[in-house]
Design a protein around this ligand. Structure first.
Ligand code: ATP
Ligand code: MG
Length: 415
């Protein structure tokens, strides 16, 4: 028998497409703040956002007469035409989906409006009041999935939900490095990122070692632009998790054939099964990009794909070729076969020069040796530490030693 679904079920299904975990709420709210031109955000999470999320931005705010409307389905201030989307949001259903999954309280005041207002909504119940408020928008989410027990039960352990949130936020900040972000987890400050360059964001999230081995990408060809950072060959990873792409400000998932173009630009500079690291902010004419292709807005299509890929390849190849680079070490996966004898040593090298403060040039047996100074230094430290680790008893430090960790390292440590 065919019958109409109840209003309640329709709502639940619709909300589920957008919100299935706290990280989805953060994504919707963070994107709204970016669209509102915010330069500063504060996010407070309680129990990994399952109990409460507060997000405060200094963006354009919502007029009091539009606050209630912002929660309705298909209500947006952003979309003019699907052919030219230049904002992160455009469907007008982020807040609607949130209000159908949780209790949401939005307090907002546009800079020029006298006094602010708060709207509180949960399912169909809405309340509204006016009062003094700071400029910008502050949103509080509680009672997530209170009426959807199956979805609440489907949440992953708290640590995992939190990891998804920090991973999403770091990705956004790496693409929008000028944004200041304070993240407070269960009343403890987790991050206080002061905003800055791409390189400063990388230093904050991935550490100084990564930041020092990235090249600036700043390449333009007519109305195509590529900004960000891309790794020197000595910085690579066995996974592709640190190669980030945003198109017109939207962080998106790579298509395999786009990735291939990036890898090809490195040619033999990278060993097999190693991938580059980088942040690629691609800017294209908005009308040549189809954004409305996946419900979570993380995939898109280029109308001129071949041209875009040619541009991408050119931009990365040129950037790599304008810097002195040496290919990385050969692939060591077949380690047994080429492993040197235990007492192996370098031939007696005689020093020739240092090139651009990066490579040591030396010769031995009529062969030129090019040694990456950083890598060699790290190798020496690594071997020293390994020896000490194997031979020495652990010692208790009389004074605590402060070690600075990147945000990503902190997440690994806390996990
Ligand atoms: N933090 C904010 N600051 C200013 N305006 C906001 C903020 N959050 C939401 N809005 C306003 O509320 C409207 C509705 O937001 P909502 O997230 O539901 O839809 P959207 O962002 O337009 O589209 P999408 O569903 O794709 O996210 C927005 O179009 C915007 O005008
Ligand atoms: Mg939105």
């Amino acid at each position: 028998m065919i019958r109409k679904l109840s209003q309640e079920l329709v709502r639940e299904i619709a909300a589920g497409e957008v919100i299935s975990a706290p990280v989805d709420l953060i994504k919707e709210l963070f994107e709204n703040a970016l669209d509102a031109g915010a330069s500063q955000l504060e996010i407070k999470l309680f129990e990994a956002g399952i109990e409460k999320i507060i997000i405060i931005d200094n963006g354009s705010g919502i007029k009091k007469e539009e606050l209630a409307l912002s929660l309705e389905k298909h209500s947006t201030s952003k979309l003019e035409s699907l052919d030219a989307i230049n904002s992160l949001g455009f469907r007008g259903e982020g807040l609607y989906a949130i209000a159908n999954s949780a209790r949401i309280a939005i307090t907002s005041r546009p800079q020029k409006q006298l006094g602010g207002a708060t709207v509180v909504a949960e399912n169909d119940e809405i309340s509204f009041r006016e009062h003094p408020a700071k400029a910008g928008t502050s949103i509080e989410i509680t009672r997530l999935f209170a009426n959807l027990p199956a979805r609440r039960a489907g949440l992953e352990p708290k640590q995992e939900e939190l990891r998804k949130i920090t991973s999403l936020l770091s990705k956004y900040i790496l693409h929008y490095p000028h944004i200041k972000l304070k993240l407070i987890v269960d009343d403890k400050e987790r991050w206080n990122y002061a905003g800055g360059s791409f390189s400063e964001a990388v230093k904050f999230f991935w550490g100084a070692v990564s930041a020092n081995r990235l090249l600036d990408l700043d390449f333009a060809d007519n109305d195509y632009k590529l900004l960000g950072l891309i790794s020197r060959p000595e910085l690579s990873r066995p996974r592709r998790d640190r190669l980030l792409l945003a198109v017109n400000g939207r962080p998106i998932v790579w298509e395999e054939r786009w990735l291939k173009v990036v890898f090809e630009s490195y040619k033999e500079l990278l060993p097999k099964n190693q991938y580059p690291v980088g942040i690629l902010n691609l800017e294209l004419p908005v009308e040549r990009v189809l954004v409305n292709t996946s419900p979570d807005k993380t995939r898109l299509r280029f109308l001129d794909e071949e041209k875009v890929l040619r541009f991408l390849k050119q931009a990365i190849s040129k950037t790599l070729s304008t810097h002195p680079l040496a290919p990385a070490l050969p692939d060591l996966t077949n380690f047994e076969a080429i492993s040197p004898a235990p007492n192996h040593s370098f031939p007696k090298l005689s020093y020739i020069a240092t090139y651009q403060e990066l490579y040591i040039l030396a010769q031995a047996d009529a062969k030129l040796w090019i040694i990456d100074q950083h890598a060699a230094h790290e190798r020496i430290l690594y071997e020293e530490l390994t020896k000490r680790y194997q031979n020495e008893e652990p010692i208790e430090l009389s004074h605590a030693e402060l070690i600075e960790l990147s945000a990503d390292d902190v997440e690994i440590y806390l996990a």
